[in-house]
Design a protein around this ligand. Structure first.
Ligand code: FMN
Length: 134
């Protein structure tokens, strides 16, 4: 696990929606937009599964996940890679439901997806493009 630098967290907080990529066990990729994403701490993100279909199927067989963001103010972009754990009961689920229903009580709030950050890469153009940050 790694700690997300402040500028990465700020980019995530500013961007909506955020593209999230998962893959099947055999590597077929799938990208979705997510609006409900929370930073739990420097190493952990919480995603709200309201409408995941292929994403939920992918996460049930392959926990690997990637998140992309771009900060239009700082002109910085980051790729985050991590591993996700899906909770359909318990404290993580309860926290997700409380948060999501505070935003909109009609949302299904099916599962909490907790992402442990394992690497952050520079995704801006230029000489550092694609290079590991942490
Ligand atoms: C702007 C926007 C925000 C979205 N936010 C969420 C979200 O927070 N949670 C969610 O479950 N789906 C969200 N969706 C829906 C997903 O992008 C996607 O439609 C859903 O996961 C089904 O696709 P899949 O079969 O690839 O999983 C959002 C879609 C858009 C366009």
């Amino acid at each position: 696990m790694v700690k997300m630098p402040t500028e990465v967290k700020e980019a995530l907080l500013k961007q909506k929606p955020i593209p999230i990529a998962t893959a099947t066990k055999d590597g077929t990729p799938n990208v979705i937009f997510i609006g409900l994403m929370k930073i739990l701490d420097d190493e952990t993100l919480l995603l709200a599964d309201n409408f995941f279909l292929k994403t939920a199927a992918n996460l049930s067989e392959n926990p690997r996940i990637s998140v992309l963001c771009y900060d239009t103010d700082t002109k910085k972009s980051y790729q985050i890679k991590g591993s996700a754990k899906v909770y359909k009961a318990g404290p993580q689920f309860d926290e997700m439901r409380k948060w999501v229903h505070g935003v909109n009580p009609k949302l299904p709030a099916k599962a909490a997806v907790v992402v442990k950050v394992e690497a952050v890469y520079d995704a801006m153009w230029g000489p550092s493009a694609g290079k590991l940050i942490v």
